[in-house]
Design a binder for this molecule. Structure first.
Ligand code: SAH
Length: 235
């Protein structure tokens, strides 16, 4: 945790913030902080800076934040990713938030197991928790937007055209396709397949919707690795 995040609702009328959960544990056990010392802090949706530790007990740390810096800009990227299994989903959410992805759309596709849509990881509070871990790692205060697209065809036919307007649309697909462009840093929609890959019909539909098929080469990367490698290469 490189940034202690708190919400505006956690502010007391005098501006101080009391934390008593994992953040407290982290302050005590990992950072070994003492009262009077400072810790890097940020307000969710707002500014970053640091906070003075006013007091610290087993149950609570009282912090007095002084915030002055804007969070880093988000990448102009909408990540459309076929819903992976829960363990992979956690990692994808965390690392997408960490890398500064602005928006994530979780998509159903033929090789996404239906049961994945039942996972507790998809509960709003759980998604938020993983995103927060990413933000606290990379020092950011703005949560990426996350939404679920449970029907492939309506998404590709009706929603995707709106998303790709004014953006470059890329479909990451392993194999003999043009190499994924480097450092484009332009507004982009990036589509990433499920662990079993997109079926040919889906590839065709995505291409018809205007996606350019690009590859990182012949090696099949895990979804989590593919996300990180593709985002790093594009931005
Ligand atoms: N079993 C599938 C691969 C799935 S990998 C197959 O053989 O096609 C999961 C997703 O990660 C892919 O759908 C793709 O979006 C992305 N990915 C993995 N390796 C990649 C590569 N070398 N180039 C581009 N995308 C890749």
């Amino acid at each position: 945790m490189n940034l202690l995040l708190f919400t505006p609702e956690e502010r007391r009328p005098d501006g101080t913030v009391a934390v008593g959960d994992r953040r407290l544990q982290h302050l005590r056990e990992v950072h070994g902080k003492k009262p009077g010392e400072r810790v890097r802090a940020g307000e969710l949706g707002g500014l970053m800076g640091d906070a003075e530790i006013v007091s610290l007990s087993e149950n609570e740390a009282l912090l007095r934040p002084s915030l002055h810096t804007s969070p880093p800009g988000k990448l102009p990227l909408i990540l459309v990713v076929a819903l992976p299994r829960p363990k992979m989903l956690r990692r994808v959410l965390r690392s997408a938030a960490e890398q500064g992805v602005a928006e994530i759309r979780l998509l159903h596709s033929y090789r996404v197991e239906k049961s994945y849509w039942q996972t507790p990881v998809l509960k709003e509070a759980t998604i938020r928790e993983y995103l927060l871990q990413g933000l606290q790692q990379s020092r950011d205060t703005i949560l990426p937007r996350v939404s679920c697209e449970r029907r492939f065809k309506p998404f590709v036919e009706d929603t995707l055209p709106g998303l790709t307007r004014g953006r470059r649309a890329l479909l990451a697909h392993p194999g003999d396709h043009p190499p994924c462009p480097r450092g484009i840093a332009a507004p982009t929609v990036l589509v990433i397949g499920p662990e079993g890959g997109f079926i040919p019909y889906e590839v065709e539909k995505l291409q018809q919707a205007g996606c350019e098929t690009v590859s990182l080469g012949p090696r099949i990367l895990r979804v989590e690795t593919a996300v990180t490698a593709l985002v790093a290469r594009l931005f």
